[in-house]
Design a protein around this ligand. Structure first.
Ligand code: 1HE
Length: 268
């Protein structure tokens, strides 16, 4: 059954949606720097299982407080005194949540600030676009905590920055901020107001036909997991469906009759 916003009973997250289908998902444990406890991960799964079937055109993932996310809830982890299999199963829930984000087909724009560290960076790297402000910094302090990444950093952070930089971050606790973070690929935008920019991007993306966005925000990730031969085949199949969709007819006609915007610097 399709959910509506009212159907969610969230404690650690807050969810809203405007009339244009732009959803706002807020990390809502500012007193704990939005650390990800097990319940928050379950709420992420619930939200991202439902959002793609709720007419959502784009999601802005933002945080209450001054930090985006402090990663794994270290206090809960300490108090639970987990066995290896407990933590393995917990990690599988993190993967469930983050895979639903990355492969869900709805553009997710992360509005970052303050600490984006450990599991917080794993969460941010599951979004499709990351927007940072001057306060934002990125780190993987797992080494210092005597831990290892368990929420997909070995896949997604390594994809963003490359293996060598990720190993350096984990061994040394190196912190990336400002231009350096942009240069290494941790964020795509560095702006004064990351939330305002995230909404601007979300609204622009929401102008695209949903089927195009579905392909962009799921097929590329799937194809990266395939051999080049299989990816080329899958790309053909996806393009066959997307590039013949009714929603593209008017756009192609506008190009053909010269009323559509041209692709030129200074125009958007
Ligand atoms: C937390 C957490 C947390 C804050 N788990 N409770 N992540 C880290 O190693 C980062 C740990 N956190 C920090 O380094 C700092 O807290 C921050 C730089 C993010 C923010 O500093 P600050 O001075 O603003 O806050 P604070 O005083 O350190 O913390 C405020 C409260 O948030 C405090 O709780 P309180 O009840 O004593 O008030 C902290 O305990 C709480 N808090 N961060 C639990 N992470 C799937 S594997 C992933 C592995 C990892 O993610 S490792 C990286 C973990």
């Amino acid at each position: 059954m399709k959910k509506t916003i009212e159907d969610f009973a969230l404690e650690n997250l807050a969810l809203s949606m405007d009339d244009d289908g732009i959803a706002t998902l807020t990390l809502n444990r500012p007193a704990k720097r939005n650390a990800l406890n097990a319940d928050t991960v379950e709420e992420l799964i619930e939200v991202f299982s439902a959002l793609p079937r709720m007419g959502t055109r784009a999601v802005v993932l933002r945080a209450e407080g001054t930090h985006f996310c402090a990663g794994l809830d270290l206090v809960e982890h300490h108090e639970e005194d987990r066995r290896p299999e407990d933590f393995m199963h917990l990690c599988l829930r993190w993967h469930e949540a983050f895979n639903k984000m990355e492969y869900g087909g709805v553009p997710i724009i992360a509005a970052l600030k303050g600490a984006v560290v450990g599991g917080g960076l794993e969460l941010a790297s599951s979004a499709h676009i990351r927007v940072a402000d001057a306060s934002t910094y990125f780190a993987l302090p797992e080494g210092q905590r005597g831990l290892f990444t368990g929420g997909g950093a070995t896949i997604r952070v390594a994809d963003l920055v490359g293996k060598a930089r990720m190993i350096d971050m984990m061994l040394t606790g190196r912190i990336y901020a400002q231009d350096e973070a942009i240069q290494v690929g941790l964020a795509q935008y560095l702006v004064e107001d990351s939330e305002a920019k995230a909404y601007e991007i979300a609204r622009a993306a929401a102008e695209n036909p949903p089927l195009s966005n579905f392909a962009i925000c799921s097929a590329i990730s799937h194809m990266q997991n395939m051999s080049a031969l299989d990816a080329a085949y899958a790309e053909s199949v996806v393009a066959g469906i997307v590039n013949t969709q009714p929603a593209s007819r008017g756009r192609l006609e506008a190009f053909a009759n010269k009323t559509a915007a041209r692709v030129k610097p200074g125009q958007s």
